[in-house]
Write a protein that binds this ligand. Structure first.
Ligand code: UD1
Length: 436
């Protein structure tokens, strides 16, 4: 039996130093899927070395798409024979298979993908994806084991998303670029990673217009070519390392992620008292000697405070002076990681009401999506199992300021989404050891 790796972390004092972030995990896999649509080779540069890339590459290979990974560069080229079925072995590994439906319909006229996975942070339904494909003329059946779709040719359609979903917007983009006629997406997601994907598709020959008011217009074309791109820096990773410096009273300089991707994060941290040094090379955050102040923060779609930033923020709240409030409005179950932090002494209470902001979609549900956090909490080392990528990073932050040794299990989650996190943490001075 393979022994799972665990990380042992001991109190380490302030984390200091430089971190270089690569292209974002949430963009790289989508670009890999988009490359299926080009006749000829596509190149994706500045790719992170994260588990997600390996999983997506293996899926593409299984479909007959050639993938070559050489450090930070990924080359992708569709082979002569496309197999339209993502093997069942990929069930539950990540959210990528659902995005392959549109491209597979273009390449093969039919597609099967096993039911999508991803982190356990909400129901994560796929109804928007399925309805959009149906609106474009595909026959789609959602069964126990996965989703089966069939279409001779997709047609353009007018699609209004009930919520500006990142994944559904990406599904529509990748389905509409080669569809017959015009597609209009209303209430589209405008996250930087979505725009980045739209730009890549435009380089491949797609005709995409980003209009005001969350409206995207795509005019289908008959053919796309391969293209090259350099991925922009991962804003989730950048924020996470800024938080690592702040929570330990240190100072981390993050290179490779432009300021405009972090604007709301920087302002939120500055309101809590963090001091910033920002230039064209890096963003650096330092905590004031008296520590950070509490805050009330609500997660939102871009350009609001990103939902993936709230897990490190929660640990920061436990080390800030006073009571803080967090209102999660994007995923109803994103606070599943709170018990792991509570085990380490974090004083966090969760509520099903909308606290710290106006009523959200989860107002009348039982979803515990608001949290009140008491700072400054004295944290203690514990043996905890990390439930997902973002929560995993928070576990490390809590362990870095806890008394005693912490044993973190499930670290593969962190490695799925962060570029070499063990090495990065060690280089910042974290007292961290691997054990199998
Ligand atoms: C992506 C990101 C994730 C980020 C999220 C929001 C990737 C791999 N993951 O996830 O890190 O936190 O965007 O910025 O890029 N919804 C439905 N039906 C659907 C699709 C979505 O109800 O068919 C709902 C979801 O349950 C959720 C909301 O829409 O409440 C937003 O989800 P979505 O934007 O689609 O997130 P992902 O694309 O899965």
């Amino acid at each position: 039996m393979i022994q799972e790796e665990v990380w042992l972390i001991e109190p380490s004092g302030p984390l200091r130093g430089d971190v270089e972030v690569r292209g974002s995990k949430n963009a790289v896999s989508k670009h890999m899927v988009a490359a299926m649509l080009g006749s000829g080779e596509s190149t994706i540069a500045n790719a992170p070395e994260v588990g997600e890339v390996g999983i997506t590459a293996a899926m593409l290979e299984a479909l007959g798409i050639h993938v070559q990974i050489n450090g930070s560069e990924i080359r992708i080229e569709p082979g002569p024979e496309i197999r339209p079925r993502v093997p069942d072995a990929f069930t539950g590994l990540n959210r990528i298979p659902i995005l392959m439906l549109g491209p597979l319909l273009h390449l093969a006229g039919e597609a099967f993908v096993p039911l999508v996975g991803g982190d356990p942070i909400g129901r994560r339904p796929i109804d928007f994806h399925v309805e959009a494909l149906r609106a474009m003329g595909a026959e789609v059946e959602v069964g126990e084991g996965g989703v089966y779709a069939k279409a001779k040719r997709l047609n353009g359609a007018r699609i209004e998303l009930p919520y500006p979903s990142v994944g559904a917007t990406e599904t529509i983009l990748m389905s509409a670029v080669l569809a017959e006629g015009k597609t209009v997406i209303k209430n589209a997601a405008m996250e930087p990673e979505v725009v980045e994907l739209a730009l890549f598709l435009q380089r491949m020959g797609g005709r995409i217009e980003l209009s005001p008011d969350r409206r995207i217009v795509i005019e289908g074309v008959g053919h796309l070519r391969g293209a090259s791109t350099w991925l922009a820096g991962d804003r989730i990773e950048a924020f996470s390392y800024l938080a690592a410096g702040l929570v330990t009273g240190g100072e981390v300089r993050v290179h490779g992620c432009a300021q405009d991707r972090l604007v709301t994060a920087i302002t939120t941290l500055a309101r809590m008292g963090a001091q910033f040094d920002i230039n064209d090379e890096y963003v650096c955050a330092t905590a004031p000697p008296a520590g950070l102040r509490s805050a009330a923060v609500q997660t939102d779609t871009h350009p609001g405070f990103m939902t993936d930033w709230q897990t490190p923020l929660m640990v920061l709240f436990t080390q800030s002076q006073g009571m803080s409030v967090l209102h999660e409005t994007v995923f109803e179950n994103r606070l599943v990681y709170v018990p792991a932090l509570q085990k380490m002494g974090c004083e966090i209470e969760v509520f099903d009401q909308c606290l710290g902001g106006p009523a959200c979609r989860y107002h009348d549900t039982n979803a515990k999506h608001s949290a009140v956090v008491r700072g400054v909490s004295k944290l203690r080392g514990a043996d905890v199992t990390l439930p997902d990528i973002r929560a995993g990073f928070s576990g490390v932050l809590a362990a870095a300021v806890a008394d005693g040794v912490s044993t973190l299990r499930g670290v593969h989650h962190i490695e799925r989404g962060y570029h070499r996190p063990y090495e990065q943490f060690a280089s910042l001075g974290l007292n961290i050891r691997r054990q199998r």
